[in-house]
Design a protein around this ligand. Sequence first.
Ligand code: URA
Length: 488
Amino acid sequence: MHVRLDDPVDLDAFRRHARQLLAAGVPPAQAAWNGARDEDLFGETGQGGETGDAAPPATPTSGERHAVPAAFVALCGDVILHRDPQRFALMYRLLWRLAHEPSLRHDPLDADMLQAQQMAKAVHRDIHKMRAFVRFTRVMGEDGLERHVAWFEPDHHIVEANAPFFARRFAQMRWAILTPERCVEWDGETLAFGEGADRREKPPPDAGEQLWLTYYEHIFNPARLKVAMMRREMPRRYWHNLPEAALIQPLTDAAEARSQSMIDAPPTAARRIRAPIALHVRPADGVAPANLGELRAAAHACRECPIGALATQAVCGEGPLAPQHMLVGEQPGDQEDLMGRPFVGPAGQLLDRAMAQLGWARDSVYLANAVKHFKYELRGKRRIHKTAAQREADACTHWLDSEISLVRPQGLVALGTTAARALLGRPVAVQAERGAWLHERRDGRPVFVTLHPSALLRLADGERAEAYARWLDDLERARGTVSAAIAA
Ligand code: URA
């Protein structure tokens, strides 16, 4: 029995045919499968018994129904996206065996099952790589409308499955992703799929590409360079479609010398500054959240300022309760907004690196932000961080205050101006007031002010080493002296 599927990723069609064959008692060895876009396994035969999507096999059925575990259906949903033309045969064989060998569902080492799981894993990896490595270029259409177009070469049939992610992520852009097999276009409302494109249709670089390269160069952190991991995460076969790939070799070559200069830079002596103590507390509207889960849900729904409506989600803090230290940043960035976790982007990586250098475990502190939603400006395809206006930061202060009450840290480390102002309720000159536990909130908790890691990332290469060493010095003091500050 030959089955030809018009759409090679149509799981419903596959299930329909597979159920018919199973009910008709057609063993896997007698069923041959082929999907359009796949290598043609049937050759020119077209012999009797062949059936297409429109005509499921007209074989008499036994009427018997076979239930399969929901996990198997989900697995098939991934396996069908694999490029291997044998995937249908494998799925049907597994279905047949699940119906006839009840022990299969309890055998974690079955070769067919393991093969299907490996195929699903490869598909997931491909989906992830497409999300990470699609690079849009701005193109002006003949209709006068701006579009963002990307060229990508996936390993598997993932375009349809991945398109909704891009529609959510770039909802406000008109974009198209061209691939050799399928193209997808988003007009701001609907996704449309079409035939594959030719690599020559890949648009030429736009002005945004230079911006992206400059950004990439700035966030490249020579001290965190792990070449093997980078090759694993960014395999070479993707490089020819990634503009930043050209920078990797020169940046890698210079990495050792750059990180050595950061290590060699001498620490700077700290200054102690006494500043007036004041605290502005905005009374919370309604009832304060009773726990961090409630806080997260309430902050997520917050529309007291316009930022929340544009962000993916509110990003509340993470870490242990009643810690010695709570570190407070400004607001989530692009990656934090997507992942729902604080300090996971470039600034977070710099903070991680500093803490690791000090032997200060990230999971021993509570990390939070003064503003809970990501504020950004859309520049073409990129979401560029925008500092929250004071009234927007003020609107968020009661969430931070609630978070502090619920987390109960002994001391608070303000990273940057926005955090310092939110914690102390007055404008703070960070450079003048940094480096000591000399501030106190109205709730009695001591506050230590220092720079935000992004401030270091923005510095020119020549200035960064000294500034970093001084920042490290601040953090070391913040870490070591909170108990003394509380006792004083
Ligand atoms: N900057 C911040 O202030 N917070 C984050 O979570 C990330 C970047």
